[in-house]
Design a protein around this ligand. Structure first.
Ligand code: SAM
Length: 476
């Protein structure tokens, strides 16, 4: 195989996601999957908590020795705790429009789907949805749109972001809007940056160019290079925090795993900062989409192993799990390195303020975890996690390399922990059920006792302000 064209510093997709390098990596992993000397060396390196290369991680992923897997899982858990503590950041998706000109064969928004209800929210409808989301307790949204230059131009996205940030309803506020829209130009990324977005999220779907082109037969998304090089344009446009991901089930998982890590290595090599988050969506049934048509869907055990291997390979990167997964699967992978999750989600265009009528299905995929946000919060608390609505880092300018420096030095804990407690208290005071409030307050009291005395004092003072209605949005 000719791997000489592989170059993580290149800006060309074919060179930083070199097909030959991936195939060579998979061959190397297969050959060494029982080579215990090498595997122990890789585990020793992973134990230092500074990450692994795509080659090293691919060997671990290929190895199916149960005792090695146990070590990987234990390490993933420890790394998550050391870098991110027991905090779990909450968010909700908000679908603004499902008009789309692409032909993605796995997505119900594809142009040829004539029976999905097509919807695009007006600014007034967005207002109603955001008020409903604020009334649930959300502070952080990920906005989602199909790709359609006529129906969903960048001006519509920008206007909607402004609408969302401007809504102040009771004690509610959306303090961070992450954006998941199709690959676009540097100029448009600059506009998103100026609009104050948090993370720009774009899933690669699949890193395998051949599969990619078959799965995206028509529309602008067909262009593999344009899509794969999007994060470089986003960073050129000034966006510091980018979120990558693969839609598992579209192509073979070992190929995707190597590609995903190579993408992270590329961003670090070129921009000095890796991805802010990695998402791990799995293909779901949806209108006009039958997952039985996709032979590369992965089972729960492989899924858990992928999550753990990503966690030990890129210890400093946030990892996101959505409501595409069941409570049981979420429970399992929260232990293996996930740091953010969605709760109370709707994947329809509208649906938070009022449920969507059954005959008008506009959803992108079927949600499995249909619990309310309050149920999710209570479940997290009972499992020893601190649900967090914190958005402080990005609002204090701790983004991109500034965030990564703190994170790599395991320093985010010092401000993140009290900030998480303060936002949890906002949730408990303003939105929680009596039972969640009771459990949450006990957890907060126990956690405050673990803070440094001067931080504990200030935190307690601010907690009291929140409870007595003297203020909101306190942060270190
Ligand atoms: N239109 C934008 C784009 O092209 O990237 C935003 C994408 S869409 C709103 C968000 C993501 O949902 C997609 O990137 C895809 O990975 C995922 N998705 C699409 N169909 C899905 C399905 N059937 N099951 C699970 N996830 C799906």
């Amino acid at each position: 195989m000719d791997i000489s064209t592989y170059n993580p510093k290149s800006l060309k997709a074919a060179e930083f996601i070199s097909n030959d390098e991936i195939l060579d990596t998979l061959e190397y992993a297969e050959k060494n999957k029982n080579n215990m000397d090498l595997i122990n060396q890789i585990l020793d390196k992973a134990n230092k908590e500074k990450g692994l290369t795509h080659r090293e991680a691919s060997v671990l992923l290929a190895c199916d020795d149960p005792s090695v897997n146990e070590q990987i899982y234990a390490l993933a858990k420890r790394i998550k705790m050391n870098y991110y503590g027991n905090r779990m950041v909450l968010f909700a998706p908000l679908y603004l429009s499902n008009y789309c000109v692409n032909g993605c064969v796995y997505c119900p928004y594809h142009l040829k789907n004539k029976h999905i209800a097509r919807k695009k929210m007006t600014q007034e409808e967005i207002r109603r949805e955001v008020i409903a989301l604020q009334d649930m307790g959300h502070k952080r949204l990920a906005i989602e749109l199909g790709e359609d230059p006529i129906n969903n131009p960048i001006e519509y996205v920008l206007e909607s972001i402004k609408t969302i940030y401007d809504i102040k309803h009771k004690n509610g506020a959306i303090r961070r809007v992450n954006v998941n829209i199709a690959a676009t130009t540097v100029e448009n990324y600059r506009k998103l940056k100026d609009a104050g977005i948090g993370t720009y999220i774009l899933f690669q779907e699949t890193y395998n160019k051949k599969s990619y082109e078959t799965l995206h037969p028509t529309g602008p998304k067909h262009n593999y290079e344009w899509h794969t090089e999007a994060m470089d344009r986003a960073m050129e446009g000034g966006i510091d925090d980018v979120g990558i991901g693969v839609l598992f089930g579209l192509s073979t998982y070992r190929y995707e795993f190597a590609g995903l890590l190579m993408h992270a290595e590329h961003l670090e090599a070129v921009h000095g900062v890796g991805p802010h988050t990695i998402s791990v969506p799995r293909l779901r049934p949806a209108d006009d989409i039958d997952t039985n048509d996709f032979k590369d869907c992965i089972n729960d055990d492989i899924f858990a192993k992928i999550v753990a291997c990503i966690r030990i390979s890129v210890p400093y990167t946030g990892m996101i799990i959505s409501t595409r997964e069941s409570k049981k699967t979420r429970e399992r992978v929260l232990e293996l390195g996930i740091s953010q999750l969605s709760g109370g989600s709707k994947t329809s265009v509208g649906g938070y303020a009022e449920p969507e009528p059954e005959e008008e299905n506009s959803a992108q995929f079927d949600v499995i975890d249909t619990r309310t946000l309050d149920e999710v919060i209570q479940w997290l608390l009972k499992r020893g996690y601190i649900p967090s609505f914190c958005t402080a880092c990005y609002r204090a300018g701790r983004t991109g390399d500034r965030f990564m420096e703190l994170c790599k030095a395991k320093q985010i804990h010092n401000c993140c922990h009290p900030n998480a407690l303060l936002t949890l208290e906002e949730y408990l005071t303003d939105y929680a059920s009596p039972e969640t409030k009771k459990i949450g307050r006990e957890v907060i009291a126990a956690e405050v006792a673990t803070l440094k005395p001067e931080v504990a004092k200030k935190t307690s003072e601010w907690l009291e302000y929140i409870r007595s209605g003297k203020g909101r949005d306190f942060r270190f």
